[in-house]
Design a protein around this ligand. Structure first.
Ligand code: ATP
Ligand code: MG
Length: 427
């Protein structure tokens, strides 16, 4: 997994000292019936992510996965695993033999590494899972805490809400000692809520919409519309690169690249410039619906956010959304731009998104796109465009599909220059 996901050990962190990572499942544990299926999906995803680390040995138990590190880099692995959907948290764990003296010794060593500041509130929370261990859980709290407090007079005991909680799980083979929780992305395991097709532009919003959808358990395929030669090869490659970042979270992403020039240029002679964006968006949805049906996707997803641009006012959304029968999901609809930007930085798409290559929509943007299109007029224009449905069907047929992985260097096939139908007035 890429180094930019690495968990930076906080000063005094125990992560580099860990023998094992403990992964906890997230909110879906509430869903009784589906639980086993969900846990299996997370495990499969975890196995995919740890492929570059052959030393790791996985084991699963109710509500948890253990990843024994065997020398693999703890911070890097934790950084990759915290991004697996369905994982709520990751704890670096130190293992000790299940004997009192050893447990105390390892706990002390852990404390030395953490170097808590004087005045830090503290508690030992022991759990005897192995019932033949000679001391009970409550007894162990004392037996471990007393020598630790003697060595660290700066610590103050607080059993209600301590800043530092040393957790000790006593099992037959090993005792697990840990005190840190690295927050995971949570959500639902990938694909457990079905498949959707996401309209991926080169902008900031749609990659965030993709990540948000995946986090809700959707398997996401992406579709991108390009207008060669008005938009460059670089613009298309940028979308491939964005999909590659998304594939870090999915393992593999299918990307459908739709040649859109002819559809787009068919709108140029109608004399209703302010409706061009509306028509274009509706055409995208109709083509996407065709691809979604072919691929078995049950919804379309866009990066729309209410009121952001003319095509994202409520009247525009109403008229545009009617071009498809499929549910149209807009995960960012109520989010502020600043929240979306923060998320795009967090998931690693921001730097690519702000590269200046033009999108097909920005190229054909009229001076004053309507914020309040009229459905009847729009439908009438579409009905009178010669061969319009056939044009959309041709775009579906000419769509190129590539599968993108985190480590690949896929490139879209060379675009064929479209000479016919170009109208000078649009560039
Ligand atoms: P983004 O940052 O995602 O580009 P935006 O605020 O620029 O969003 P628009 O350009 O109006 O918004 O696009 C709205 C949505 O329409 C996008 O989020 C995306 O889902 C879809 N979309 C726009 N252009 C394309 C394209 N060329 N290919 C595929 N989808 C597109
Ligand atoms: Mg855009």
């Amino acid at each position: 997994m890429s180094a930019n996901n690495e968990v930076q050990p906080i000063p005094g962190s125990s992560i580099e000292y860990a023998d094992m990572l403990l992964l906890r499942f997230g909110e879906f544990t509430l869903k009784g019936k589906n639980r086993a299926r969900f846990e299996r999906t997370v495990l499969r995803h975890v196995k995919e992510i740890i492929k570059p680390y052959p030393g790791i040995v996985l084991s699963k138990e109710f509500g948890r996965i253990y990843a024994e590190l065997n020398g693999e880099p703890a911070a890097e692995v934790a950084g990759a695993l915290k991004n697996v959907f369905g994982i709520a948290s990751v704890s670096p764990v130190k293992c000790a033999p299940s004997e009192l003296e050893q447990i105390v010794a390892v706990s002390r060593e852990l404390l030395v590494r953490l170097a808590p500041a004087p005045g830090t509130t503290f508690k030992v929370n022991a759990r005897r899972v192995w019932k033949d261990f000679p001391y009970g859980s409550i007894e162990m709290n004392k037996l471990v805490a007393t020598p630790l407090l003697q060595g660290y007079p700066g610590l103050t005991v607080d059993v209600k809400s301590p800043k530092l909680e040393l957790r000790i799980e006593i099992r037959q083979n090993h005792t697990y000692i840990f005190c840190e929780n690295i927050e995971g992305v949570g959500g639902f395991p990938l694909g457990t809520n079905g498949k959707a097709l996401l309209l991926l532009s080169g902008g900031i919003d749609s990659p965030v919409a993709a990540w948000s959808s995946m986090r809700r358990g959707l398997e996401v395929e992406c579709i991108h519309f390009y207008s060669y030669p008005y938009t460059s090869e670089l613009a298309r490659q940028k979308v491939v690169d964005l999909a590659r970042v998304l594939s870090r979270y999915a393992g593999v992403i299918k990307l459908h690249l739709v040649p859109f020039t002819e559809v787009q240029t068919s709108f140029t002679g109608i004399g209703q410039d302010n409706l061009i964006i509306t028509l274009m968006r509706r055409a995208m949805l109709r083509i996407a619906t065709g691809i979604a049906e072919r691929e078995g996707a049950l919804a379309l997803v866009t990066g729309d956010s209410l009121g952001q641009v003319a095509s994202q006012t409520l009247p525009s959304m109403n008229v545009i959304g009617r071009a498809t029968q499929l549910p149209l999901l807009r995960p960012l609809v109520m989010m502020d731009k600043s929240e979306i930007v923060d998320l795009s930085k967090q998931i690693g798409t921001y730097d690519l998104s702000i590269l200046p290559y033009e999108d097909c929509c920005t190229l054909f943007v009229p001076k004053s796109p309507t914020t309040n299109p009229n459905l009847r007029i729009v439908e009438k224009i579409e009905a009178t465009l010669p061969g319009y449905s056939a044009l959309l069907a041709e775009a579906v047929a000419a769509t190129e599909t590539i599968e993108i992985t985190p480590y690949g260097d896929e490139k879209p096939a060379e675009v064929v220059s479209v000479e016919a139908g170009l109208q000078e007035e649009w560039f």
